[in-house]
Write a protein that binds this ligand. Sequence first.
Ligand code: BGC
Length: 260
Amino acid sequence: MQITLEGKRALVTGGNTGIGRAITRSLVEAGAKVAINYLTHPETASMLLDETTERGGTAISIQADVSDPTSVAAMFRKLDETWGGIDLLVNNAGIDGVRSATWESEVADWRKVLEVNLFGAYYCAREALRRMVPQKGGVVMNITSVHEEIAWSGYSAYTASKAALGMLTKNIAQEGAPYGIRAVAVAPGAVESDINRSVWSDPKGKQDLLDKIPLRRLGSPEEIASLVVVLLSDQASYLTGRTVYIDGGMTDFPDFTHGG
Ligand code: BGC
């Protein structure tokens, strides 16, 4: 069995850091040409570009704010100019927002999370699909979270955005199927990256997190990226409209190891 993305034109949003960076690296390794989208930290994007070139891969970086449809449209125009379109979209950019009980949250904070995580994915998918439908092929992948399914006190905007992204995946899968387009969501659990550094760098916070994971460890960005490559490849050609959880068993309700 050969897993390859040779010659595919890919865009990874938030592709310069965390899980996004690992996805960028794995896509390059699998032979894809990768557009690394970033909003801040341009130095991380240029380091990744240099690294890709050194390894004989092909990549470009594009600064764009996924929560702004005008910025997204400009990013896709750049993709058109550079590679004449797109085959693989990975909607990875996301934020978890300000922690606060729903009744204490600020509307602007709540809205921002939805604008990045949900509207951002929608804006990018909309542009990508406008190119994938006429070419009759492509994959839209949305990186969601275990919090597509698990409630998380203090993060109602985040959980709502991820649950909605799961359904957006299903809808795109249904609409895209007649055109040979697949849509898949990948839902990571606790993965060691910057987004949750404050939790895993604190021993008490880390232990609390580990207690929620049957495999008793955090995931690595590379483990998520490996699954992403497989699911984007033709080896997963019959998979569409579903979320694949990769969480060390977090959604397997470890509290039920005892009792019940
Ligand atoms: C969040 C992390 C969290 C994990 C498990 C992810 O979606 O971004 O901060 O550790 O879910 O709760």
